[in-house]
Design a protein around this ligand. Sequence first.
Ligand code: HEC
Ligand code: HEC
Length: 276
Amino acid sequence: MNWLSDNVNQLALIGAAAIVLISIFVVGKYIKQIKDDRATGELAEDSWDGIREFKNPIPTGWALAFLGTMIWGIWYWLVGYPLNAFSQIGQYNDEVKAYNAHFEAKWANPDKDTLMGMGEGVYLVQCAPCHGIAGDGIDGKAAGFDRWGTAKGIEDTIKNGSQGLGYPMGDMPAGLVSDPDAISAVANYVASGLQGDAQGAEIYAANCASCHGEDGTGLGGQSPDLTTYGKTAFVKDVLKRGKYGAIGIMPPFNDGRLTDIQKEAVATYILSLGEK
Ligand code: HEC
Ligand code: HEC
């Protein structure tokens, strides 16, 4: 009986016994009251299936408490609500913000190796579950970075169309160009920053410029800016928007989960996976 010698345990036991006794007493008192009490006072006229109401006034204490609650409620709603008071969530957010600021400052000017290392870390945690550890897109479940971001990715886009980035223009239809040579010519033209041979430029002007603009910048936000395709800016745009593909949805990463530098890093990393 070692535990009984502990005075905290003793106190707890005494408290428990007291609660049981008081409960039995209170319950007993009310059961007796239900049996014995008879209400008194003047009865109202109305009768509902033989049940009638007394015309007793509301007890003063009850009425005051009722009014008081209403006044307090209005005060709390308009003035008292602790908008600027301490909250655990607020504290957590502040700490995360301070930490991120510290992180951003520490990695303000990362070199390429640092970016790649950080990018791989972010990638393996945040992106690999859908895009695959090797970045191959797990058999088409998500974009495969061995192709996406390169001329081959543009060829895929022309053949299959593209959807779900949420641009005002909506989706890009599949098969706008069908001749394989023409597809590869225009893909190379776009991949090299809208520079290159006359054939690519001609196909671009005829089939793409109407939506992406003659200079490829997307008509002021109506469609993606193709001059950034294959660059980190395009990836960051995707991270901001999210995308739905044939198989599933990529959520946007714009909730502060990744800092700007982490986005730059993961973009650098995935673009390094493509066969250029
Ligand atoms: C009818 C308008 C339209 C035409 C024509 C068009 N596009 Fe697009 N394109 C879009 C839209 C809209 C998107 C964004 C679609 C999305 O939400 O994924 C897009 C996206 C793209 C992308 C980005 C794909 C990705 O992986 O995010 C590339 C690359 C592209 N277009 C290339 C081209 C090329 C090359 C041509 C000409 C052969 C072309 N587009 C013609 C409207 C068009
Ligand atoms: C929940 C699954 C999921 C996660 C997590 C995910 N993605 Fe995606 N991602 C997708 C899907 C699905 C697509 C669309 C594939 C398609 O077009 O068919 C996609 C497409 C992309 C594209 C191509 C967009 C385009 O315009 O075609 C890029 C770039 C990309 N993801 C980057 C990332 C990066 C970087 C991360 C990690 C920070 C990430 N994704 C995390 C599912 C995911």
